[in-house]
Design a protein around this ligand. Structure first.
Ligand code: NI
Length: 205
């Protein structure tokens, strides 16, 4: 049980592409437990491994309401296998304290991943559910893509970053919809073989 330091925007780790987890070792399990502790301590809905300095394909989410018991969800080597619809939602991120902007997301997604015990599962997040956007937001972190890259209003984003004294988005990160989609597709292609076939290899970092 430990609360980890959450990296803030500007840290280069947040822009790197994360590696698949080859084996859910004790070390990885501890990292996941610490990520959950860190997310709850920060009152976050989701947290991705790069945000705590580990470029590994892991994220955690809990979309339970304040008065409900915790419902932690763990995604290791996730892959979004279906996405449908479009919706505009206001998002924030633990790596951007108190900054929010409207972003465009798919309204529903289907994701496959491994749980904390390495067991594969498939999950559907339906339209209008916070879970659907959270999955897309956290999954993007694993490819070095941040919510501000999806911003519908670059002026709003610029103002937010200025207000909180955060670094501005570099010019080459101001992507239009088409470029962003292309970048995501390219990054998906770069991904090594599916997690299930990926038995032995180094233990990540
Ligand atoms: Ni985030």
């Amino acid at each position: 049980m430990a609360i980890l330091k959450i990296l803030k925007y500007g840290d280069p780790v947040l822009r790197q592409k994360s590696k698949e987890v080859s084996k859910i070792s004790k070390k990885i399990r501890t990292l996941i437990e610490n990520m959950l502790d860190t997310m709850y301590a920060a009152n976050g809905v989701g947290l991705a491994a790069p945000q705590v300095g580990e470029n590994l394909r892991i994220f955690v989410i809990d979309v339970s309401a304040e008065n409900e018991p915790y419902r932690p969800l763990v995604f290791v080597n996730p892959k979004i296998i279906k996405k449908e619809g479009a919706i505009c939602v206001k998002e924030g991120c633990l790596s951007f304290p108190e900054a929010y902007t409207n972003v465009r997301r798919y309204s529903e997604v289907r994701v496959k991943a491994l749980d904390i015990n390495g067991k594969p599962f498939v999950m559907d997040a339906r339209g209008g559910e916070l879970l659907a956007y959270a999955i897309q937001h956290e999954n993007d972190h694993l490819d070095g893509i941040l919510f501000i890259d999806h911003s519908r209003n670059i002026f709003e984003t610029t103002e937010i970053l200025k207000k909180y004294n955060l670094p501005q988005i570099e010019d080459d990160k101001l992507l239009n919809e088409e470029e962003l989609e292309k970048m995501i597709l390219e990054r998906e292609k770069e991904n090594p073989k599916p997690a299930e076939d990926n038995k032995e290899e180094a233990d990540g970092n």
